[in-house]
Design a protein around this ligand. Structure first.
Ligand SMILES: Cc1ncc(COP(=O)(O)O)c(C=O)c1O
Length: 441
């Protein structure tokens, strides 16, 4: 066995399967928080104590006036859209690269997602494409802080202001990411975070709606609770001795659903939030360490944060450029060969999305059902053609993610990150043979 060869070519793997730390990291604070909930015996309620405490802490963390706990990030996105005034028949501009929950939340609000292409390097909304996609039906645009990297909110807010459309932030992956010092989430009309297990802030499942606008918060609070006629200031009257009762009418005055979180998730989320700043610093230090090594390799493009905007590195996407690397293969061939070779080294490497969102079956079917052309609206049959998103396709064909959801960058120590850099460099050094071997396999 040749120690200098990558494992894909017969060498020894760099890492064993148990070299990584698993996510989420749970500690005594999480246990204490959950036990306190169980001892109190109150498990749920819009105004229950653990939920209220978490909401107050999270609002402070993201610099928002209001935060509402929900049972997942998708429902928080729905609240944000409803709070921003999105209604049936409206169009909402979304990026063709995100998680499906972004456009799905628009569909679930009865509105129509209209896709636009993204910047190939960052995965963020392309602003010229946003402007070109606006129709008289457009009510909002949803920037996604993808991978935990803050989108260019100053430019998006300026554009949306000029176009008179609302900005709803999908910050599901970006707890604590900043734009010129301001945390993302509530920079526009409203925004949403996810607390699902893989996220930097995890409560198993869960989500948070945020806004600075009182009316939007009141509206979201009602949508979160079957559209019933409740008010945020009722929280002050919460009776811990009768937590399941209240005086409000059970009449639904508007369309809503049951999107509330529960006390156990709130307790875990609070405990996790207390350690999030330290963990975020580690994710950022790890990313800087890895980036400084990977960027020296020809044809390898690690993630870059533009001036004034930070990333919390929920995901770490590396672009691979065959031509710059002196290879004659396609980006996809290089990506697949590297993915297999890095995994053979024992590294965590994944793809996470392989096609533009409109390629997903739900949007194919919607195209068939829906109007080929709405009056004064977008031609969906055209908009939902995946071929219309060449930069998203190039981004996905030409890149892979280092680390995985079970073993993310934020959980690892610097020594492991160095071993990633070394193993990656060794595989890259042998890239031509790695690609040939993968082709023949
Ligand atoms: C970009 C993005 N938006 C929305 C969501 C939805 O969050 P959840 O899974 O908590 O509903 C996720 C995460 O899964 C996501 O990554």
């Amino acid at each position: 066995m040749n120690a200098d060869l990558p494992a894909a070519l017969g060498g020894r793997p760099a890492l064993g399967r148990d070299s990584h730390r698993l996510w989420p990291i749970l500690g005594d604070e999480d246990r204490r928080g959950v036990l306190a909930v169980l001892e109190r015996g109150i498990l749920s309620g819009s105004y229950a104590p653990a939920a209220r405490a978490f909401e107050a802490r999270f609002a402070e963390f993201v610099g928002a006036r209001f935060a509402l706990l929900t049972h997942c990030g998708t429902s928080a996105l729905e609240l944000a859209l409803a709070a921003a005034g999105v209604r049936e028949g409206d169009e909402v501009i979304v990026p063709a690269y995100s998680f499906v929950a972004t456009p799905l939340s628009v569909v679930l609000q009865g509105a129509t997602p209209v896709f636009v292409d993204v910047d190939e390097a960052s995965g963020h909304l392309d602003l010229a494409a946003v402007e070109a996609a606006v129709t008289p039906r457009t009510r909002a645009v949803m920037p996604v802080h993808i991978h935990g990297a803050a989108a260019d909110m100053d430019a998006i807010l300026a554009l949306a202001g000029r176009l008179r459309i609302a900005v709803v932030e999908d910050a599901a992956q970006a707890h604590g990411a900043r734009v010129t010092g301001r945390p993302v989430g509530a920079l526009g009309a409203a925004g949403a975070f996810s607390l699902q297990s893989s996220k930097n802030l995890s409560a198993g499942e869960g989500g948070v709606f945020v806004t600075n606008d009182h009316e939007a918060a009141e509206r979201a609070n009602r949508v979160r609770n079957f559209g019933q006629d409740l008010r945020l200031d009722e929280a002050a009257g919460f009776d811990a001795s009768r937590p399941l009762d209240g005086n409000r009418s059970l009449d639904s005055g508007m369309l809503g659903s049951m999107f509330r979180g529960n006390e156990l998730m709130a307790a875990v989320a609070s405990a996790q939030l207390a350690r999030l700043p330290t963990l975020t610093e580690r994710a950022q230090a790890n990313a800087a360490r890895l980036t400084s090594r990977l960027r020296e390799l020809p044809g390898v493009e690690p993630p870059a944060a533009p001036a004034g905007r930070t990333s919390v590195h929920h995901k770490y996407r590396v672009h691979l450029h065959p031509e710059k690397a002196g290879l004659a293969c396609s980006p996809r061939q290089l990506r697949d060969a590297m993915l297999a070779a890095l995994r053979a080294e024992g590294l965590e490497a994944v793809l996470w999305q392989t096609e533009p969102l409109p390629a997903q079956a739900i949007f194919r079917e919607r195209t068939l059902r829906a109007l080929t052309s709405q009056p004064n609206g977008t031609n969906l049959a055209e908009n939902y053609q995946p071929e219309r998103y060449p930069r998203t396709t190039r981004l996905l064909d030409g890149s892979l993610l280092l680390f995985s959801q079970s073993c993310p960058l934020i959980a690892q120590d610097a020594a492991l990150v160095d071993r990633y850099a070394e193993a990656f460099a060794r595989v890259w050094h042998h890239r031509e043979a790695v690609v040939s071997a993968h082709r023949g396999s």
